[in-house]
Design a protein around this ligand. Structure first.
Ligand code: G3P
Length: 221
């Protein structure tokens, strides 16, 4: 299973890369805004370099059509390790599957994002997307079961022999990450604060303190 960091914060990317646990980094316009990015072109290029050899995911900002396709090609060219995130549809509900298919056939690594249903995942896989991002937290927000969408999608991909990888996104807490793992996500993308919580446990701290105190007593004897 792959772990991506959902962040555009250079310090966090460097820190978690240094921990040896990252397979890549995901971003989107919301993440760039939250992390205070004001010069996306320069920052995305720098973050792609920093993430290599891991996969760096950057999202298009055009809703559909030829502008989306040319932006996706430009993003793809900022590094050999770039996957381009393309939403499955526009805010008006028009399909972006034609763009996803065209880009995938042209060799662009596409991550179809904003998927909330099994149907969207199935169609994005059929259109040739390499990654399929299910926004688990947003499914849950609407009273759905994001983990169940992941589990059904994983079962479908395996049954029909698709190589596309499912990314569990919009994970807001450690329990969300555990559910995504359990549901069979190939990848989880995790915000830095949630990754920090995954490594922590107050009784682990207590246990380590006991070890160190015991060692101190033994060494002093
Ligand atoms: O990667 C998707 C993420 O940025 C959206 O998260 O918590 O706003 O649904 P959230």
């Amino acid at each position: 299973m792959k772990i991506f960091l959902d962040s555009a914060d250079e310090l966090q990317i460097k820190f978690w890369s240094g921990q040896g646990v990252l397979d890549g980094v995901t971003t989107n316009p919301l993440v760039l805004l939250r992390d205070g990015v004001t010069d996306p072109e320069r920052v995305l290029t720098e973050l792609a370099r920093l993430t290599a050899p891991g996969v760096f995911h950057a999202e298009v900002t055009h809703a559909s059509g030829p502008f989306l396709v040319s932006e996706a090609r430009a993003l793809s060219s900022i590094g050999d390790n770039v996957a381009v995130k393309v939403p499955v549809l526009t805010p008006e509900g028009e399909s972006c599957l034609a763009e996803i298919s065209e880009l995938s056939r042209a060799g662009v690594v596409v991550n179809t994002t904003a998927c909330l249903t099994l149907g969207q995942v199935v169609l994005a896989a059929k259109a040739g997307a390499r990654y399929l991002s299910v926004l688990v937290g947003r499914v849950d927000d609407e009273g759905g079961d994001g983990a169940q969408v992941l589990a059904k999608a994983r079962e479908w991909l395996d049954r029909w022999g698709y190589e596309a990888e499912l990314i569990a996104a919009s994970l807001r807490g450690t329990a969300d990450v555990m559910r995504a793992i359990d549901a069979g996500a190939h990848c989880v993308t995790v915000p830095p604060a949630v990754l920090a919580k995954l490594v922590d446990h107050k009784f682990s701290r207590h246990t380590v303190r006991e070890f160190l105190e015991a060692a101190e007593t033994t060494n002093a004897a």
